[in-house]
Write a protein that binds this ligand. Structure first.
Ligand code: TXA
Ligand code: MG
Length: 350
């Protein structure tokens, strides 16, 4: 299959190209598109064959459910059995935006989309191209991140092409995304709302709007396999770079010292090593490959560049990656959740 790629200017969206993209979705084909979090791989959410195509293109296990993307808050009623009061409050506060809500599904939502579950994940993205695509298609759009299963999520159109060229009908390239990590997922099907995946919207922000306690799935905090996460996708070793990755955590001076030591050892073994550092520390390392992920002054910059940096490590064909840890104040939990998985939970505390 030949994959068409259109560069779309977010401030001046080409309506004809969007019309063509929408028609492809309506015809059961797949179109990758930017959202504010990461790029999504879209297909008609209520058409089981489209879901099957998504799993095939990504090489994704079909028990891992898809998020349905909507363009109007009222479309939640089209897929939810009942719309909980909490969902109304959260939609009012955070939609369009990087929040996915899990609710009981309507019968019309195929099990192919929900991975066999009786619940469905729904989100209204905050990106003009995503919203336009949904509207032009006249459908609701099921979309996982537009990467090959197991690779870092795509934050630029070129990442999607790297992974999915020849496997899908179209890529809408709207440039680099704004947030860079996937949406927060909150489960509203139980007594107490529960965060299944940390993201840009924090549990504190959710609790404040809901006026009640919000818990975090114990399965995503556990570093081992003893507690299963509730979101099926969170159990997979995601976002893994090809190289072996180790995170060094602690005070700045000690971290720099430890990573420098590891770099010497790698050199002695003839290994090619990369360091993931920040603007504040990048000049402190003696290595051919020092990648700055962003600045600690602005934690959003760290989230935004994380997946691109992991892809860069793959392209540079390094053997080992030593990364600083980024327990930043607000979204540090979301960042570290991804980074720890990329590192297979290999951490040295200094
Ligand atoms: O930011 C995002 O959410 C991006 C963009 C494209 O919107 N999408 C995304 O989709 O990250 P994906 O498929 O890569 O991740 C979806 C996650 C998986 O961990 C999946 O298991 C979980 O959502 N999920 C989907 N439906 C669920 C459900 N009914 N119950 C629990 N978890 C669910
Ligand atoms: Mg994903």
């Amino acid at each position: 299959m030949i994959t068409k790629c259109y560069k779309i200017d977010t401030n001046n969206i080409n309506q004809e190209q969007m019309q063509e993209a929408g028609a492809l979705i309506a015809a059961g084909e797949l179109v990758a598109f930017p959202t504010e979090t990461v790029y999504g791989l879209g297909g008609d959410a209520l058409h089981p064959e489209a879901a099957k195509k998504i799993y095939a293109a990504k090489g994704r296990p079909s028990d891992n459910p898809l998020i349905i993307h909507i363009a109007e808050v009222s479309d939640l009623e089209r897929v939810a059995k009942v719309v909980p009061e909490q969902a109304k409050k959260l939609a009012e506060a955070f939609w369009p935006g990087p929040l996915t809500m899990v609710v009981w599904k309507k019968e019309s939502v195929p099990y192919a989309t929900t991975g066999g579950l009786d619940t469905v994940a729904v989100r209204m993205p905050n990106h003009p191209i995503a919203l336009e695509l949904i509207r032009k298609s006249g459908k609701l759009i099921a979309a996982p991140s537009a990467n090959t299963s197991g690779r870092p999520s795509p934050t630029e159109g070129s990442h999607v092409v790297e992974d999915l060229d020849g496997r899908i009908a179209m890529v809408l390239d709207g440039g680099p995304v704004g947030i860079g990590i996937e949406s927060t997922i909150i489960d509203l099907t139980e007594e107490t709302p529960m965060v299944l995946r940390p993201g840009y919207i924090t549990p504190e922000m959710l609790a404040e709007v809901l006026g009640e306690e919000v818990i975090i799935d114990p399965g995503i905090i556990a570093a081992d396999d003893t507690t299963k996460p509730k979101a099926p996708g969170m159990k997979y070793k995601h976002y893994a770079p090809k190289a072996d990755m180790i995170i060094v955590d602690g005070d700045k001076e000690k971290v720099v010292e430890q990573i420098s030591l590891l770099l010497q050892e790698a050199k002695a073994k003839g290994q090619k090593a990369a360091v993931i550092a920040t603007e504040e520390t990048k000049m402190l390392y003696q290595s051919d490959v020092v990648l700055s992920i962003g600045t600690r002054e602005e934690e959003d910059s760290i989230a935004r560049h994380m997946y691109k940096i992991l892809r860069d490590c793959d392209k540079l064909d390094v053997d080992v990656i030593y990364s600083e840890s980024f327990k930043t104040p607000r979204i540090g939990q979301a960042i570290m959740n991804r980074l720890l998985k990329a590192a297979g939970h290999q951490v040295i505390h200094v």
